[in-house]
Design a protein around this ligand. Structure first.
Ligand SMILES: Nc1nc2c(ncn2[C@@H]2O[C@H](COP(=O)(O)OP(=O)(O)OP(=O)(O)O)[C@@H](O)[C@H]2O)c(=O)[nH]1
Ligand SMILES: [Zn+2]
Length: 196
């Protein structure tokens, strides 16, 4: 599939009609093991229609999706697994409701909780299964989220290195990214809230 970031193979993974939605992976050069000494670059990406399709600036998802593909292309090999866990797993309608609360000053974690949802309702086990199916047992993971690393390791994928994937915060995304840093434990290089 020709993408702006380069040519990738797209592989589809059907859902089960109930709790497991469809997923897909964008794969580059994964049959070619001999040529590469380091484990592949991997991104486990969660759906964000507003950030990716509409170009919403209030989160960093659109940037991260494109940047992950650019990094994989630059490396010459890797996998992006796309999981349809919109809104950290609460779905688009609930995310829109959460945005309404956020417009009234509630942060992204409390907005989920006030709506009766977990702060993060996602699971990354499917991502690990898909990686296993592609023959990936270890990787260098593009993420700022330590929970994602622990989830993959628990599911049997060794994460040899974390590769940061950071959008520079701006006036639309700063408070959202600060909340991810202070409340979700995301690792960002802008160390002090208020100092992007
Ligand atoms: N409920 C809710 N979900 C959001 C909001 N903003 C983005 N999302 C969702 O958050 C998910 C992405 O999670 P992030 O916290 O941005 O990043 P991550 O995947 O945990 O970590 P990284 O690997 O560092 O990107 C996607 O499913 C988005 O749809 C929000 O304000 N509320
Ligand atoms: Zn987003």
């Amino acid at each position: 599939m020709p993408l702006e970031a380069g040519e990738f193979h797209i592989l589809g993974f059907p859902g089960n009609g109930t709790d497991e939605p469809e997923a897909f992976a964008l794969v580059l050069n994964m049959d070619n093991h001999e040529e590469f000494s380091e484990p592949p670059v991997v991104r486990i990406h969660s759906e964000c229609l507003t950030g990716e399709s509409l170009g919403s600036l209030r989160c960093d998802c659109g940037y991260q999706l494109q940047e992950a593909l650019r990094q994989i292309k630059k490396e010459g090999r890797g996998v992006l697994v796309y999981l349809r866990q919109e809104g950290r797993g609460i779905g688009l309608m609930n995310k829109i409701k959460a945005y309404e609360l956020q417009d009234r000053g509630v942060d992204t974690m409390d907005a989920n909780l006030m709506l009766g949802h977990p702060a993060d309702a996602r699971s990354f086990v499917r991502g690990a299964h898909i990686l296993h199916g592609l023959g990936v047992e270890r990787c260098r993971l593009l993420t700022n989220n330590p929970d994602k690393i622990h989830a993959l390791e628990k599911a049997g994928i060794r994460v040899d290195a974390r590769l940061p994937i950071e959008k520079r915060p701006d006036r639309y995304s700063l408070s959202y990214m600060q909340t991810k840093q202070t409340r979700f434990g995301h690792l960002y290089s802008f160390a002090e809230p208020g100092n992007p």
